[in-house]
Design a protein around this ligand. Structure first.
Ligand code: ADP
Ligand code: MG
Ligand code: ZN
Length: 593
């Protein structure tokens, strides 16, 4: 069953519609095209770029939600170059500011940055220009903290009064909401921009925002937009595959690379610095592959040397930690292989997103096994700093349930993380689940869901629960927290112990999906947000049996509820000895609720 050519080169058409031809009639359109070609050296607009650019040219606020790498910057850079006055770009990271500055300078654009580490003469030059001695730059990049400083405010106020303050741009605008964990104080202060600088339009840009975050950004910044511009996170040219990680995983990886992409470049991600070095060495010495390692502890000169060699194609394979990637813009990366579990689904999306930027077919393969998962969990639990522990634990569990869900389209699963409802038919068998011809078995878990709901209601009377805590309670966990809070005394504690933890997690996911349960994000005193479960608006439909709940499995595959009740059915598959419990107590499942 050959689904795609094994060599690179098949062009996958993008499904996004071309821009509205009406926009080409705008009086400023010829200038846009000219600047696009002559200054930015680009040939045409990508989807929704022109729409956002036209709104900016007309002085409107703009909201842009495009996935990373799809070209958000042009939506404000092009108008900034075409209009008079200065466009102030607020960006969270000095390194991002420097990258954009360097790129713009390379194109001959009048862009400036104001950062701590800059020469005294550059700094005073810039201040002179901002104070009206000479023309202010077209673009000024700063961090949000700097925008709060009095000196900056008064200079910008003056510019506004003189009609020379063109626009504010908020890059990574999701940082303004406290719904995510990446909340940042000085970003929150940006909500005053409309009052402090009335009449100055704002562009808000982000690559990740669920619907709550989207509306929060728009309302906090008080944006008045024509319409939000959103592109799907779907990357149609990426093939997603999840594979079991056996003993000879490196041999399997080497074989796959040699037979599929012998002459192309790729990235192999792994979890630790030592692993990177070790794997790169094995790939070189044992498999004669052109591989080098890359991680954060290397000297800067070594890092940029390796990166250059890889970018130029001299080195084909880079074996790296997640430190590798930010600002990598190599268009023809043909594969991204995860030798170990990514930290989160978001991370997985970002890391795999480095493949196939040229729009041509590229492969993403994720290797997993349970021991890796457990190691990661215990590392998270044992780390000294408590702050992000629950988050990290939730993240890695979501990765694991992604990996274990061998039925649903991989794209659908990844995109649901971004709250996109993806129609699996659009995958066109570009993931291992859509390709898998093994029949699916659908089991009714309505009874389990009803009891899960009752247990949730019992336990949540006295304290709030996270999804992870409910999952553990359903499994019958005797963990300290469960005992301390008296949860283990509930007659329904352990009511789903006949199911594997993964199935229980999928059950809870589905309950949230159907709105029997809902998620409430709350900030605790120490400013970290936490996801708690709450009753969903359709809980009653489950209670009364109006709505049932089913879960699908591949027939006879390990890890399913059915296979766990009949351990011998696992024999057909190569089950690693260390994977999962080998015997599961057989007990009758109470069917009445
Ligand atoms: P984002 O901020 O959305 O992650 P960027 O604005 O940094 O993405 O753009 C990513 C890459 O896409 C850059 O290399 C940029 O030059 C390129 N790019 C942007 N717009 C176009 C276009 N219309 N045609 C070709 N390349 C483009
Ligand atoms: Mg960007
Ligand atoms: Zn699919």
């Amino acid at each position: 069953d050959v689904l795609y050519p094994s060599s690179s080169g098949s062009e996958v058409p993008l499904s996004d519609p071309p821009h509205n031809k009406e926009l080409e009639k705008r009086t400023y359109y010829p200038r846009l095209i000219q600047t696009l070609k002559n200054v930015f050296r680009l040939q045409s607009f990508r989807p929704l770029q022109l729409e956002a650019i036209c709104d900016a040219m007309e002085g409107l606020d703009v909201f842009v939600l495009f996935p990373t790498g799809s070209g958000k910057s042009l939506t404000f850079q092009l108008p900034a170059v075409c209009q008079d006055g200065v466009t102030v770009v607020v960006s969270p990271l000095i390194s991002l500011i420097r990258d954009q500055h360097r790129a713009l300078k390379g194109l001959g654009v009048d862009a400036e940055i104001l950062v701590q580490e800059m020469s005294e003469s550059d700094r005073s030059d810039l201040w002179r220009r901002l104070r009206g001695n000479g023309k202010p730059p077209s673009l000024l990049y700063i961090t949000p903290e700097r925008l709060e400083l009095d000196g900056m405010r008064s200079v910008l106020t003056r510019l506004r009064q003189e009609g020379k303050l063109c626009r504010f741009v908020i890059d990574e605008a999701h940082l303004i909401t406290d719904w995510g964990r990446s909340f940042r104080d000085s970003y929150v202060q940006l909500k005053t921009l409309k009052t402090v600088f009335p009449g100055v339009p704002i562009s808000a840009l982000t690559g990740t925002a669920n619907p709550t975050v989207q509306s929060d950004i728009v309302s906090r910044l008080r944006l008045v937009i024509r319409q939000p511009y959103k592109l799907s996170h779907n990357r149609p040219n990426l093939d997603y595959d999840v594979r079991y990680k056996g003993k000879n995983v490196l041999g399997a990886i080497a074989d796959w690379i040699k037979s599929t992409y012998p002459r192309d470049t790729g990235i192999i991600y792994c979890s630790s610095r030592d692993k990177c070095e070790e794997i790169a060495k094995i790939l070189r010495d044992k498999f004669q592959l052109s591989a080098r390692h890359y991680h954060a502890q290397m000297a800067d000169t070594d890092k940029s040397h390796v990166q250059r060699e890889w970018s130029s194609g001299k080195v084909r394979i880079i074996v790296a930690t997640v430190a590798f990637g930010m600002g990598i813009d190599k268009p023809d990366v043909r594969y991204v292989i995860h030798h170990s579990l990514p930290n989160s689904l978001n991370g997985y999306y970002q890391e795999t997103g480095r493949a196939g930027r040229d729009g041509k077919l590229a492969h993403c393969i994720l290797y997993y096994n349970r021991p890796d998962f457990h190691t990661r969990l215990s590392m998270i639990r044992n780390q000294p700093s408590k702050e992000n522990r629950t988050f990290e634990e939730d993240d890695i569990r979501r990765v694991m349930s992604y990996v274990m869900n061998d039925v649903e389209c991989r794209r659908k699963q990844v995109l649901s993380f971004f709250c996109e409802d993806f129609d699996p038919a659009r995958c066109r068998r570009m993931c291992n689940n859509c390709r898998d011809a093994t029949p699916c078995v659908t089991e009714d878990h309505t009874g389990d869901a009803q009891r899960a709901l009752r247990l949730f209601e019992n336990l949540s009377r006295d304290s709030r629960l996270t999804p992870t805590q409910l999952s553990a309670a359903l499994k019958g966990s005797k963990a300290q927290l469960q005992v301390e809070r008296g949860w283990t005394n509930d007659p329904l504690h352990g009511t789903c112990s006949h199911l594997s933890q993964d199935v229980i997690d999928r059950l809870i996911d589905q309950m949230i999906w159907h709105d029997f349960l809902s998620i409430r994000t709350e900030r605790s005193q120490d400013a970290y947000s936490q996801n708690y479960l709450a009753l969903g608006s359709r809980a009653n439909a489950l209670r009364t049996g109006q709505q049932n709940l089913t879960i699908s499995f591949r027939a006879g595959r390990k890890g399913t509820a059915r296979a766990q009740q009949k351990p011998d059915s696992r024999a057909a598959h190569d089950v690693a000895p260390d994977e999962g419990p080998s015997t599961v107590p057989l007990r009758s499942i109470p069917s009445a609720v």
